[in-house]
Ligand binder design. Structure first.
Ligand SMILES: NC(=O)c1ccc[n+]([C@@H]2O[C@H](COP(=O)([O-])OP(=O)(O)OC[C@H]3O[C@@H](n4cnc5c(N)ncnc54)[C@H](OP(=O)(O)O)[C@@H]3O)[C@@H](O)[C@H]2O)c1
Length: 342
């Protein structure tokens, strides 16, 4: 069937309190079984490391069921089909889907949870299929366009600006004729979004006051705020919004490892004063339109008017520490774990 006889996996050992610890994971190695009819064996090449993974480790109701104790940690990724007893995928096909944090995925080719689809390794480097051409890109595109409804000339502010979702939000907004101001941690990230991605300005929230930065860079107020971080930054932006502003609640990474209750915005009455709205979004709701977004962004990439940055960490064993990079701001671009060579 394949030269590899075993599969190494990271399983959830305990529900973390605060930042995940090494002891929250259990590494297992199990033999690879033979394929049944209709099944495929996929070798993991790259895994997408996402802030949402922290939420999936918690108990409780959410938009997706929690990862169970002892279950292989959920993760999207890109892999190569190395054995197939299905007509759907052939050996050598490169697929994107829910591989989990493991070396191999085995199961029915049409498994609904894994939801594999083919990607073209010749059309783009594989990590880009986990960035703008994948889930974060879809989040940015539909969150901004469907919920934000940007109009040319409006001011868009996005937090987590140098990250996977943020970099795409800003560039899509520029393509739609908006003025774009990012918020990111550190001079290097701010320089990147302005000089490389073409944002109009970027506020370094670690180097100065967000309030002062908004006054300086959004002299006409904020029409759209795409919120990736929540907490104090959301509260501050609320003080600068315009009439009929739209706030997209995409994520709240500043709150994901809290051991105390999530800090909600104390300035929410600004929504009333400004007849503004704040709306949450989950990317999966747009699955039937992903191809439209991917085609438009791929076209911009080919034209040279849209860039992406990935931060690739090498080795499955690095998973526990690599995941923490997201919560420490140590990733610079979309965080990807390389598990095997292409
Ligand atoms: N709703 C959906 O369907 C959906 C889908 C995908 C992602 N998301 C959300 O989108 C957000 C961004 O995800 P991503 O994949 O693009 O991650 P990312 O931005 O590539 O990486 C996370 C970044 O968050 C920033 N950060 C970490 N802790 C912070 C804090 N305490 N305060 C402010 N910023 C902090 C860091 O950047 P700095 O160095 O700039 O601080 C870090 O690099 C997350 O909240 C995620 O949960 C939502």
């Amino acid at each position: 069937m394949t030269a590899a006889a075993t599969n190494r996996q990271f399983r959830l050992a305990a529900r973390p309190v605060g930042m995940p610890k090494p002891s929250d994971w259990k590494v297992t190695t199990e033999p690879l079984r033979d394929l049944a009819d209709g099944e495929i064996l996929v070798k993991t090449l790259y895994l997408s490391l996402d802030p949402a993974m922290r939420g999936w480790m918690n108990e409780g109701k959410s938009y997706i069921r929690p990862v169970a104790i002892d279950e292989v940690m959920r993760a999207g990724g890109i892999g190569k089909v190395v054995a197939s007893k299905s007509d759907k995928f052939a050996v050598g096909d490169v697929v994107s889907g829910g591989l989990g944090v493991q070396e191999y995925w085995i199961g029915a080719a049409n498994d609904k949870t894994a939801a594999f689809y083919k990607v073209d390794p010749k059309a783009a480097p594989l990590p880009k299929y986990l960035n703008a051409l994948g889930m974060p890109g879809m989040t940015a595109y539909f969150g901004l366009l469907d919920i934000g409804q940007p109009k040319a000339g409006e001011t868009v502010v996005v937090s987590g600006a140098a990250g996977a979702v943020g970099q795409t939000v800003g560039q899509v907004a520029k393509h739609k004729g908006c003025r774009v101001v990012g918020i990111a941690g550190g001079k290097d990230k701010c320089d990147f979004v302005v000089k490389e991605l073409g944002f109009d300005a970027c506020i370094d929230y670690k180097g100065g006051s967000v309030k002062d930065g908004l006054k300086e860079h959004c002299p006409n107020g904020v029409d759209i705020y795409f919120d990736n971080v929540g907490g104090d930054i959301l509260d501050t932006v609320l003080t600068r919004i315009n009439m009929k502003a739209r706030i997209i609640i995409c994520g709240a990474i500043s709150q994901y490892n809290n051991t105390t209750p999530v800090k909600g915005p104390s300035n929410y009455m600004s929504l009333l004063v400004n007849r503004a709205r704040m709306e949450g979004m989950v990317v999966f709701d747009y699955a039937d339109r992903y191809h439209i977004a991917a085609a438009e962004m791929a076209k911009w990439m080919l034209e040279g008017s849209f860039k992406t940055k990935e931060d690739v960490v090498d080795g499955l064993d690095k998973f526990p520490e690599a995941l923490l990079m997201l919560f420490e701001g140590k990733n610079f671009g979309k965080l990807v774990l390389q598990v095997a060579k292409d």
